[in-house]
Design a protein around this ligand. Structure first.
Ligand code: PHE
Length: 344
């Protein structure tokens, strides 16, 4: 900001520098006292040419508020520099501990977790594509986890999503599809929503399986929506995420809540199908389950499947972050290991 006083050649930055170097008493004397600079400037407002009065007054006012705020901050003590004589009784080291021996996180501020970084990046991509965002829940019920998704009680496919149950018969969601029914009921058509959420599965952990992980679900419903819309939408997103053009393949799959169902497969973004360690030397990577939302699921969500159609997908955030960054063990993402996290 440039301070355009006629009477002074000072810019706002110069005022700022001056103000920052002064104590409360000095500030009051130099700017707010009877003979202070500010009083002088306030008097001069009236002497400005008519067309310049308003602008001049506005700028003097900004300066006045700025000085008052600075005084408030100084008075509240927020601005006091940490003097070496002060003792921080909460610090887990003594005053004379050499810099190198102090706990590391006190020396550097750290960074956001790679999962958080990529989640923000992914949601931005979907927002640009016109999607809304809704977070899933970390505890749910049988209706949202199974019944509303076309798994009636006793359906054998329930076993594929074996998860944790509480004594009260609540369930820790094994996928973000638990939100589909709520989304169908809540949003007006056309529906375009992505749902990030934490998921849990009752499984033994290894380099590619964790009991806790994140998924991002997509739900899209409108008139005349076909599988080609689904392929194009998912491909556009993945190309933005990997920042490269991709070839795609579709493999058959099975989910009770979609029909037809598919496994979405992309050409390896790193080796152009030549084969590398990330794609396990196949040139292709299976990236997510998807399909056209089953008519029973649409109906249960209050949408007439004769009038409307739509698609859904669900992919693992952890897995995408692993592929993009060449991380070989999913457990590192939840380990809190500083050597690992420092790389991001
Ligand atoms: N929920 C499925 C899973 O966890 C993925 C999926 C979502 C498939 C939506 C189809 C439609 O494997």
């Amino acid at each position: 900001m440039k301070f355009s006083y006629k009477e002074t050649t000072k810019t706002f930055e110069e005022f700022n520098q001056d103000i920052n170097s002064l104590s409360v008493a000095e500030l009051k004397k130099k700017y707010l006292s009877k003979k202070g600079n500010l009083k002088d400037l306030l008097k001069k407002i009236g002497k400005q040419k008519n067309e310049e009065k308003a602008q001049f007054g506005k700028e003097v006012n900004i300066l006045k508020n700025f000085i008052q705020e600075k005084i408030n901050i100084l008075n509240s003590g927020l601005n006091t520099k940490f003097s070496t004589n002060q003792i921080d009784v909460t610090a887990p080291f003594e005053k004379n501990t050499p810099e190198d021996d102090k706990p590391r996180l006190l020396n550097n501020l750290g960074s956001t977790h790679p999962l958080t970084q990529e989640l923000e990046n992914i949601l931005k991509i979907f927002q640009k594509m016109g999607f809304e965002i809704e977070e899933s829940r970390q505890i749910d019920d049988d209706y949202n986890m199974f019944q509303s998704l076309n798994f009636p009680i006793g359906h054998p496919a329930r076993d594929n999503w074996d998860t944790f149950w509480t004594k009260e018969k609540f369930v820790l969601p094994a996928h973000t599809s638990t939100m589909q029914n709520r989304i169908l009921k809540k949003y007006e058509i056309p529906i375009r929503v992505v749902i990030p959420g934490r998921c849990f599965r009752n499984e033994a952990t290894d380099a590619s399986h964790e009991h806790t992980f994140y998924q991002i679900e997509g739900v899209y419903v409108d008139k005349d929506i076909s599988m080609s819309h689904m392929f194009a939408t998912i491909k556009a997103y993945l190309e933005a995420f990997f920042e490269t053009k991709l070839d795609i393949k579709i493999q058959p799959s099975y989910f009770p809540f979609t029909e037809p169902d598919a496994e979405f497969v992309i050409s390896c973004p790193f080796c152009e199908k030549k084969g590398c360690s990330i794609c396990k030397y196949t040139g292709w990577i299976e990236i997510m389950g998807c399909g056209m939302i089953h008519p029973h699921v649409l109906k249960e969500g209050g949408i007439d499947p004769k009038k409307y159609s739509g698609f859904a997908w669900g992919f693992g955030l952890d897995r995408l972050v692993m592929i993009k960054n060449g991380i070989d063990d999913i457990r590192k993402l939840h380990s809190g290991e500083l050597e690992f996290l420092d790389q991001f």
